[in-house]
Each structure stands twice: as C-alpha cells, then as structure tokens.
Design a protein. Structure first.
Length: 294
C-alpha cells in the first residue's frame, strides 16, 4: 500500500530506468479523479490495446471512447519499447475485479483464480496498455517486453514492492484475456531479475502460435439502425486502428451512421467502389478487418 507517484516522480523513475518516455498533451492533469478515488496504490496492471499503430493507439488511450472516457491507462508501451504517458491519477483501465486477487497483491502471495468482480481496480493499480492486437499471433518484440519489465521494475522499486505486485488484466477480472502472447509468470521472472540488479531474460519457450481468434462474419443483416452489441464497439476500434474511424465520439456499441461511414472508409481502403463501398460489412471485408473475439 502506497501513496501514488506524482507525475514528475513517475517521469523521473521511468527515465532513470533507461526508458524513452513521451509526454502526451496534458497528461499530468488528465485523469478520472472526479469520478472516484485514486490510491492507495498496490500494484501495476498490464493490458493489451487490441489495436495496431502507435499514433492511433495513443490517441485512443488518451481520449477513450463514448462509453469509456480517457485516460484508459497511465502509459502506452509501443512496439519499439517507448512509453507514452497519457494520464496521471485515476484511469479507466482495470474496472471491477476480484478482492481476493487484490489481497494477494497486497500480501505479495500466490494469486488465486479471479472469479469475482467486486472491487474497484482503477483505485489501486497503475495501468499500462501495450500495443498489440491480442490475437495470439501479433508479435511481442523484445524491445516491448523489455519496456514492460523496466516500467514495472521502476515502479516496484520506488514503492518497495516485489514482482508479485505486477499482474495482468486477465488475472484481475474474470473473462479478460490480456495480455495475450506471453505469460505473466515469465514477465514477473524478468522483473524479479531486474529488481535483483540484473536484466530480465525471456523465460517463455518459443510457443506454437495459437490460431487467431477473430469474430466470424455475423451477416449483413446484423448491421442495422438500433442494433446494440459489444461487437460493434470492437469493430469500431479496429476501424480506428486502421485509420478509417469517422467518429466524432466513440466508437460505441450501437450501430450508427458514424459506423457506416467508418466502414465505407475501410471498404474504400480495400479499393471497393460504388455500391461495394456502401458501409455495410460483407464477409470478405469483415474477414480482412480481423475483429478480435471479445
């Protein structure tokens, strides 16, 4: 249990760890403190963005979307291993999770299986979003994993925590899968080695790449005015990641004209023309968009 780091101290310890850090807009005062408490802090939580592209991912994490205002984390870790600070204070990243997990983090003991969502995680955890599609095949460059290791070690060292104070979102909230592509046990081993004075090494064996987990095409009739589904939000996030977002606010779960215009931009990016670029998803364009399972 600790008081949260100030913006200046967070920046200082990350750079002291040898990280390249970018300060995004008004990150020092960008937070959700008006919506709930921030602190005491107990750990670091690692996520993946389900996006690609640095600029669009950082913008999304700073601004958020219609149903979840930003900041969506404290920092974004890109594929190069650079850190983009987007918030300081309470951030919308952890959501509700398991109080037994929080107790284990505080005690730095073995994590139980997360099977409840009864505790406010945004109050207790620093959050870092790592740019990755989260499909199990999008690679995790060594520079990015080393940055996760360094960020976590820097914060743990400052607060006097061990590697057991670092968890994945999938270890906090039932149903979450992030980060997908490496094990948190292997990352904690790297952090432990760094805290002991060394540099972490990847202890994950080279995995057999899992089959991608994408949402199959639900049919053109699914996309109509009034339709509400988390799938529409997931689709919108992929459109934004592909540079095709035409949203003033969002994306969100309800199908709107902004979704249709965004999908038209995606169809045009695929060189569809005329009625083939009407903004209603078809199977071929949908499969190419690769909307991850939710």
């Amino acid at each position: 249990m600790a008081n949260p780091l100030s913006a200046s101290k967070l920046l200082e310890i990350l750079r002291a760890e040898g990280l390249t850090v970018h300060e995004v807009r008004s990150w020092r005062t960008h937070n959700r403190n008006a919506k709930g408490p921030w602190g005491p802090v107990n750990g670091v939580m690692i996520h993946h963005t389900v996006t690609s592209g640095t600029n669009s991912s950082v913008t999304l994490c700073y601004d958020g979307h219609a149903n979840l205002p930003g900041p969506l984390c404290h920092g974004v870790i890109d594929k190069q291993g650079h850190i983009h600070l987007v918030g300081n204070g309470r951030a919308n990243h952890a959501g509700l999770g398991d109080n037994d997990v929080l107790r284990a983090v505080i005690n730095e003991s073995k994590l139980p299986v997360d099977n409840e969502a009864d505790t406010d995680g945004n109050r207790h955890f620093y959050g870092f979003e790592c740019i990755n599609l989260g499909n199990g095949t999008d690679p995790w460059p060594e520079a990015q994993k080393e940055a996760i290791e360094k960020v976590s070690a820097a914060i743990c060292r400052h607060h006097g925590w061990s590697e057991r104070s670092v968890i994945g979102h999938k270890e906090w909230q039932p149903g979450k899968v992030d980060p997908r592509g490496f094990t948190m046990d292997s990352m904690r081993a790297r952090i432990r080695e760094r805290l002991a004075g060394g540099g972490g090494k990847d202890t994950d064996p080279t995995p057999t790449p899992p089959r991608p987990s994408y949402v199959p095409f639900p049919g053109a009739a699914f996309f109509h005015t009034g339709q509400k589904s988390p799938l529409i939000t997931a689709m919108g996030l992929r459109l934004v990641a592909e540079g095709c977002g035409r949203y003033e606010k969002g994306p969100g779960p309800e199908w709107t004209e902004a979704d249709r215009k965004s999908y038209t931009a995606w169809q045009q990016k695929l060189n569809y023309k005329g009625k083939d670029a009407d903004g209603i998803p078809g199977k071929t364009s949908w499969d190419k968009l690769k909307v991850p399972s939710i």
